[in-house]
Design a protein around this ligand. Structure first.
Ligand code: ZN
Ligand code: FE
Length: 253
């Protein structure tokens, strides 16, 4: 399977996933239909599926235009059907469906919004996380609780470490600056911050990352580590409270 990162708007990403065996092609989120259509026609791919992660305008604004142009089937969370474009397939956590020959597994990842879902495609070795787990960060808690987001992150952290994390925004430089305030002595983080800075200087996306990279450097995934708790003056505190404190600090950063 092939995955293509499509920059949209100022700092959003859509992703194309193409099953070479069957020609089935999905887009995950449509911030803006124009760059997605351009990429599809450049590659000669026919869009068959539109997968929506959550209801925010910067993830769904291009859905209707693409649906009409391509006769594609739209999938999204049943829990949020009332505030998503019309769904042809309404899904919940634990569901799975096919994209060509590939299985797509739905993971519930509430926190940023309550109906946020992620799509794990094992055959593509990728998970599409939008504004849940992000490169060196996680989404802001607009609707959910810290406990919900922490559980969501733990669910994603349990995927194979080589999984590509395809998240929804190019926020990684700012996230790296913040992460260094939490773990200034983490050598993996320092090295990643340099790679991120170099990529951005050259105008390259820093997304997707791998889950292994996130586990080694993303402060939000590392809230359960004794070293991180100690650095925050929270030795022995429950993981979720440490996560909540890191999220609070990021909101003020
Ligand atoms: Zn969002
Ligand atoms: Fe977003």
């Amino acid at each position: 399977m092939e995955i293509v990162t499509v920059p949209c708007l100022a700092d959003n990403y859509a992703f194309l996933v193409h099953d070479t065996a069957t020609g089935a092609t999905a887009v995950i989120d449509v911030p803006d239909e124009t760059p997605v259509e351009a990429e599809l026609s450049r590659r000669g791919w026919n869009l068959t599926d539109i997968l929506i992660t959550h209801h925010h305008a910067d993830h769904i604004d291009g859905v209707e235009a693409l649906r009409q142009a391509a006769v594609a089937q739209v999938t999204g969370a049943r829990a949020d059907a009332h505030r998503l474009p019309r769904l042809d397939r309404a899904v919940a956590g634990g569901d799975s469906f096919r994209l060509g020959q590939a299985e797509v597994r739905v993971i519930e990842v509430p926190g940023h919004t309550v109906g946020h879902v992620a799509y794990h495609i094992p055959a593509a070795n990728a998970v599409f996380t939008a504004d849940s787990l992000m490169a060196l960060g996680c989404g802001r808690l607009f609707e959910g609780t810290p406990a919900q987001m922490w559980e969501s992150l733990c669910r994603l952290a349990a995927l194979p470490p080589g999984t590509l994390v395809c998240s929804g925004h190019e926020y990684t430089s700012a996230n790296a600056r913040f992460a260094l305030t939490i773990e200034p002595a983490n050598p993996d983080l320092a090295a990643r911050a340099e790679r991120v800075a170099a990529a951005r200087r050259e105008g390259r996306p820093t997304v997707p990352s791998t889950l292994a990279e996130e586990l080694a450097t993303n402060p939000f995934l590392r809230a359960g580590l004794p070293s991180v708790k100690a650095a925050l003056g929270m030795a022995g505190a429950p993981d979720v409270e440490v996560f909540a404190e890191i999220r609070r600090r990021k909101d003020r950063f």
